[in-house]
Design a protein around this ligand. Structure first.
Ligand SMILES: Cc1cc2nc3c(=O)[nH]c(=O)nc-3n(C[C@H](O)[C@H](O)[C@H](O)COP(=O)(O)OP(=O)(O)OC[C@H]3O[C@@H](n4cnc5c(N)ncnc54)[C@H](O)[C@@H]3O)c2cc1C
Length: 237
């Protein structure tokens, strides 16, 4: 699908939020990502013509959004991305990914490293919307409540602090745990937020996600209760 670049804004040092007008409204589930390409060839050393970005807008919003880190020297893909002018066209494939809200309400633990907080921005908006659609009595009558405990653990460097402004406010039952470098996240910090019912989402670099996932599984969390979401191409975030 064609998408037309409209604008971008710096949301933290070296992190930009991009805005596009899609040629038509595209349905996706909050939390999904898509592959984005240019309408011309890029001379990528690995031949890769796309990069993957998580959609941070909601499906019913007219503009599509994602956030991206643009550290110098930028890659051959990110050079034209950083030079986009309003009106320039890009191509977006169909959204993908199963790091989305579960069908049935349960306890949720979201763990993010740095800008991988992007994975949860639209999910948290969706959670807030679900709580607003039904009042607590209705939810209980239906045997489900989206007001189960929700924990967001966000490990990051100081420089990423202003991404905070992108996190939706006033989500019922949301507990925040902030771990700012040099403090580090580890199993001890995770474990007391995890019960048998908790669905754990891990989002960050491959080593971050795999290390925490393996530790959780070794300490008894079932693999099917963990959703792995790698941001490949970032050795660290
Ligand atoms: C599901 C998912 C969601 C993502 N969401 C976001 C997002 O919302 N925002 C965001 O900024 N990023 C996101 N990413 C990461 C993004 O797609 C890019 O991979 C990342 O931004 C790095 O791109 P780059 O062009 O800077 O680096 P690249 O040019 O891709 O290279 C980065 C590093 O990886 C190495 N490398 C790359 N490809 C290969 C290969 N095939 N073999 C060996 N080495 C390789 C390079 O040498 C370099 O060291 C997501 C990735 C995934 C998989």
């Amino acid at each position: 699908m064609n998408i037309v670049f409209t604008r971008r804004q710096e949301v933290a040092p070296h992190v930009w939020e991009y805005f596009f007008n899609p040629e038509r409204l595209m349905w996706f589930t909050p939390g999904q990502y898509a592959h984005f390409r240019f309408p011309f060839h890029i001379d990528d050393p690995h031949g890769k013509q796309h990069r993957t970005f998580t959609l941070t807008s909601m499906p019913n919003e007219p503009e599509l959004r994602f956030i991206v880190r643009l550290d110098e020297p930028v890659s051959v893909y990110k050079r034209p991305l950083s030079e986009l002018k309003p009106g320039d066209r890009m191509l977006m494939d169909d959204p993908l990914g199963d790091a989305v809200l579960p069908r049935l309400a349960t306890r949720l633990l979201f763990v993010a490293q740095g800008i991988a907080i992007a994975s949860y921005l639209s999910i948290l908006k969706e959670l807030k919307a679900r709580c607003a659609r039904l009042d607590l009595a209705q939810e209980l009558a239906l045997g489900l409540t989206w007001r189960n405990p929700v924990t967001l653990i966000w490990a990051r460097r100081d420089a990423d602090n202003s991404l905070e402004n992108l996190i939706p406010a006033e989500i019922p039952n949301l507990k925040r745990v902030d771990i700012v470098y040099p403090a580090r996240i580890d199993l001890t910090k995770l474990r007391h937020h995890v019960t048998k019912e908790t669905l754990v989402y891990l989002s960050g670099s491959q080593s971050f996600v795999e290390t925490l996932g393996t530790q959780l599984e070794s300490s008894g969390t079932l693999r099917e209760r963990i959703i792995y979401d790698y941001y490949e191409g970032y050795p660290d975030l």
